[in-house]
Structure formats: structure tokens, C-alpha cells
Write a protein that binds this ligand. Sequence first.
Ligand code: CTP
Length: 222
Amino acid sequence: MQLNDKKVIVTGGPTREWIDPVRYISNASSGKMGIAIADAFYNKCKEVVFVHGPIATSLVSHKQYRCIAVETTVDMLNAITQELSPNCIVIMAAAPADYRPMTKSPVKIKKTSETITIELQRNPDILKTIAQLKKDRSEYSTITLIGFAAETTDVIQYGKKKLIEKELAMICINDVSSAEIGFSSDYNEVTVMIADGQIIELHKMKKNEIAESILHIIEEKL
Ligand code: CTP
């Protein structure tokens, strides 16, 4: 795949789902893998847009490419949908929250009882939503979807399942059970699985080196 005529939408970081004005549900994603990917693609592509959840502002303050800050998973989906264009590549390195509270309390919840139950509802799956858009709208049929998978057990099986279910061209599978790689670390170790079944192991290296390797795989194999 040629990259110089492509728009690339990269996502990174967590999303945040509010419970009340002071509390939220989120996860430990730092956004570093997404930034490393956006950086790697910046000089190779026509345009890079980085859509990110709440992450340290210092990580994105001096970037030459457009950075769009969002809060919730629904916000992230809306921001990506607005950026979609024919032939673009979407690389979902973000860790969007899968559930959000049914309601956000307008006031701080007081600790009146020993236990508390917060009812959650499913958030949209961003990749599955775009995969459906590819089928529904002919101008989007040429979009390339690339996902990540954060797994702690049966890493390859679950990764393959996500590749198929989310209709991806490629998936980068992370074993997040190790503290030395993944989430806040500057290092990562990734198994890349391509839709045709090819598997490429990227051994432990810095996230920017992983990002360069992912870029080369996309260039050469997709
Ligand atoms: N993803 C997405 N929309 C969501 C959640 C995840 O598009 N609501 C994307 C992630 O950005 C990633 C891929 O789907 O590229 C896999 O995310 P992961 O968190 O590993 O898996 P989930 O699909 O959330 O499934 P589970 O939590 O059950 O493992």
C-alpha cells in the first residue's frame, strides 16, 4: 500500500465516562502507542489526524499534525466519523471504555450506604461501527481498518477473534499482563496478524520502533 496519498486517522489514550461531577470510569492507557504511530506516519502520509482521549497535554502540545481531544467513547466515535474520507486508514490504538453509566448524577454521590451499584450500558464499538459504514456507504468501502488488542490471556486466539469480528485488515496484539510492556511503558511487544493469516512478531522494543515496524508492515503487506 502506498502511503503518500493517504489520510491516516490514529487514535490513542483512554476515554472517560462520568459517574457524577467528580468521578469517572476510565483505564490505564497512556496514549503513547497512538502518538508513536501518529509520529511515524506524519512524514510519510498526506495527512495525519490524532484523535485522543484524556492524556497528558505535554504529550501532544508540540505536534505538527492535527490533534483532536475527546472525552467519551461516543465523542471519539463522532470525531472519527467526521474525519473519515475515501481511502483513509484508521488505526485504533485507543482504549475506549466499553461501558458508560446509564446516567450521570448531576450532583456528587454521597456515601450513604455500605454498597453501591452503578448500572452501566454498552458503548458503541468504534471499529465495528466503521466496518458497518464501509458496507453501507460505497465512498467508505475503501477505508482500511487497523486495530489493536489488549489481552491478558489466550492472547493470539482473542486477537484473531477481534480481527475477524471487527473486519480488520490487520491487528496488533498486545499482552498487557506484563508491566514492562504496554500501557504506561515506553516499550511494547506486539504480535501483528494480517487478515490473510500472516503473523509477524515484533519483539520488545521502544514504542516508536514498534510504530515504524507497523508502518513498514502496512506499506509492504496491505
Ligand atoms: N475498540 C473500539 N471500540 C470500543 C472498544 C475498543 O473500536 N468501544 C477498539 C480498540 O481501539 C482496539 C480494538 O477495538 O483497536 C480492540 O480493543 P480491546 O479493548 O482489546 O477489545 P474490546 O473490543 O474492547 O473487547 P474486550 O474488552 O472484550 O477484550
